[in-house]
Design a protein around this ligand. Structure first.
Ligand SMILES: Nc1nc2c(ncn2[C@@H]2O[C@H](COP(=O)(O)OP(=O)(O)OP(=O)(O)O)[C@@H](O)[C@H]2O)c(=O)[nH]1
Ligand SMILES: [Mg+2]
Length: 488
């Protein structure tokens, strides 16, 4: 538009605005006048309503404009405490070799002072091809084979500014039955200073999830749309726009490239025959090289802290899982120990009912030991309460417990004929096993002694005395019985 019509339009707009302002002011004055003429009770009611509105308004506005989904950063412990936890695991007999090796690799890479960049993405998006394009002269690039990648390979890549990088080719994710390979890939991504996430189209839900996962670990990230040769210019623009939106706040940059790869086609020959031809597509990766230079401009030292954070955060998760596993194995050992003691106590009881005292003390000790294992502080009173509650549950269900026990024992002819004493002892094994498992599961999840939760779990476990569990407990009872007879 030329200058004159534009000026005219601006003048018209200003005039309209002024007119609107005057109209609004006039209306406000009229309203104020009418307000003053109202009876005072109505003035008050209206005044309060308007006041409430004025108060609620900003709240509603904030709710509408509040920042969406703050990304949760994965927490990382400091190295010292992590090493301590690994040592503890080791003293408990857990194999911590891989954890130690990861820390060693962290140090080894820092010492090399080289920038590591991992390619990451779903299978067949062209990661290996892209690495060959990024490292055309590196001899080692011949290690990066076409076909499905099954392991992590490192090759030297060269940037246009002369700097070199270590590029990591990793297995693609989302391969059927490829969980182990996927773990390899994820671990390598965490070890790298930066990640190139390769895709070949719009991100699927699982791809978006992967990108978010990398973002949560604070990985500097480039999103690369490969196989750009398959799209028209307009399609590419649209795709890039979508990808930018999908990875906003996570990817430092989104670029489209064509890594190359080979294409096969048929050629008609002059003699009427047909020839199969395979030729290499020419790589076009200029935008990626530029983005990569920018992303890694801080160098190995500048990116090291972020890298360390990601590795430690990854280890934190792994150590946490191992700790939980170790603890649950330990809990199982404790529960078995007490179930056995309960059986022995029941078998040793002379007068009917005298075993109740022993069992009460055992239940208290079991509760204490499990609480300590899960690092849950419990008071005398809490333990008493819990044991009382458990006893109540078991009393109301005692006929059920005995029925389950009696039924199960039928499968063990040797035990079945031994009469009521054994049935009783076996029922105690079932009770202690259920109580211990319920308590352990509840402590693990709630990190507190939650009566209701543990009680509900206890009921569920009693109702579902699965056959393998019952068989194990029968064996335990049988062993205790044999030992008693051999001992005395
Ligand atoms: N059209 C086209 N095809 C490509 C391009 N880059 C790679 N390809 C083809 O994509 C297929 C997969 O390439 P790879 O490099 O093996 O893919 P990858 O991501 O390493 O696969 P995995 O190792 O299984 O995860 C091959 O057939 C390549 O020829 C490209 O830029 N354009
Ligand atoms: Mg590959």
């Amino acid at each position: 538009m030329s200058r004159r019509p534009r000026l005219l339009l601006a003048a018209l707009a200003i005039a309209a605005l002024l007119w609107l302002l005057f109209a609004a002011a006039e209306r406000a004055l009229a309203l104020a006048q009418r307000f003053l003429q109202l009876p005072s009770w109505l003035q008050w009611t209206l005044g309060i309503a308007i006041g409430l509105f004025a108060l609620a308004g900003p709240g509603v506005l904030w709710w509408l404009l509040r920042p969406r989904r703050k990304r949760r950063a994965v927490p990382a412990p400091d190295r010292g405490s992590l090493e301590q936890r690994i040592d503890q695991l080791q003293t408990r007999g857990t194999n911590t070799g891989a954890l130690g090796a990861e820390l060693g690799e962290l140090d080894r890479r820092r010492a090399t002072a080289r920038v590591y960049v991992a390619l990451f993405g779903e299978i067949s998006t062209g990661k290996s091809t892209l690495i060959r394009a990024l490292a055309p002269h590196a001899l080692a690039a011949s290690d990066v084979r076409g076909g499905t990648t099954r392991q992590v390979t490192h090759v030297d890549g060269l940037l246009p500014d002369g700097r070199t990088l270590v590029l990591a080719d990793v297995p693609g994710s989302r391969e059927a039955d490829g969980d182990a390979h996927e773990t390899l890939a994820r671990e390598e991504a965490l070890r790298a200073h930066a990640v190139i996430y390769v895709c070949a189209g719009e991100l699927t839900r699982s791809q978006a999830e992967e990108v978010r996962w990398l973002g949560d670990f604070g990985k500097p990230l480039l999103l690369v749309l490969n196989k750009a040769d398959q799209w028209s210019g307009a399609e590419l623009d649209l795709l890039l726009q979508r990808l930018r939106k999908q990875t906003r706040e996570i990817a430092a940059n989104v670029v489209a490239v064509s890594a190359g790869g080979s294409e096969r086609y048929q050629r008609a020959l002059a003699d009427g025959g047909i020839e199969q031809v395979e030729r290499q597509r020419k790589p076009a990766i200029e935008p990626l090289l530029k983005a990569l230079m920018r992303l890694t401009s801080a160098g190995a030292e500048g990116l090291e802290q972020q890298r360390e954070h990601a590795v430690l955060a990854g280890l934190h998760e792994k150590v946490g899982t191992l700790e939980a596993q170790t603890r649950s194995a330990e809990a199982e050992r404790i529960v078995r120990k007490y179930a056995r003691r309960a059986v022995v106590g029941a078998l040793a009881a002379v007068a009917p009912g005298s075993d109740l005292v022993i069992q009460g003390a055992l239940a208290t000790a079991l509760t204490r030991e499990l609480a300590e294992l899960y690092g849950v502080r419990v008071s005398e009173l809490q333990v008493e309460d819990f044991v009382r509650q458990a006893k109540l549950t078991l009393r109301t269900g005692s006929s059920i417990v005995l029925a389950i026990a009696g039924n199960a024992l039928k499968a063990f002819p040797g035990l079945g004929t031994l009469g009521g004493g054994v049935l009783h002892a076996f029922a105690y094994a079932l009770i202690f096993d259920s109580m211990g498992r319920a308590l352990a599961a509840s402590l693990a999840e709630r990190k507190a002694l939650d009566q209701d939760d543990a009680g509900a779990r206890l009921k569920a476990l009693l109702a579902d005395a699965g056959s393998t569990r019952v068989r194990q407990l029968a064996t335990l009872t049988m062993d205790a019985l044999r030992e008693r007879d051999e001992g005395g």
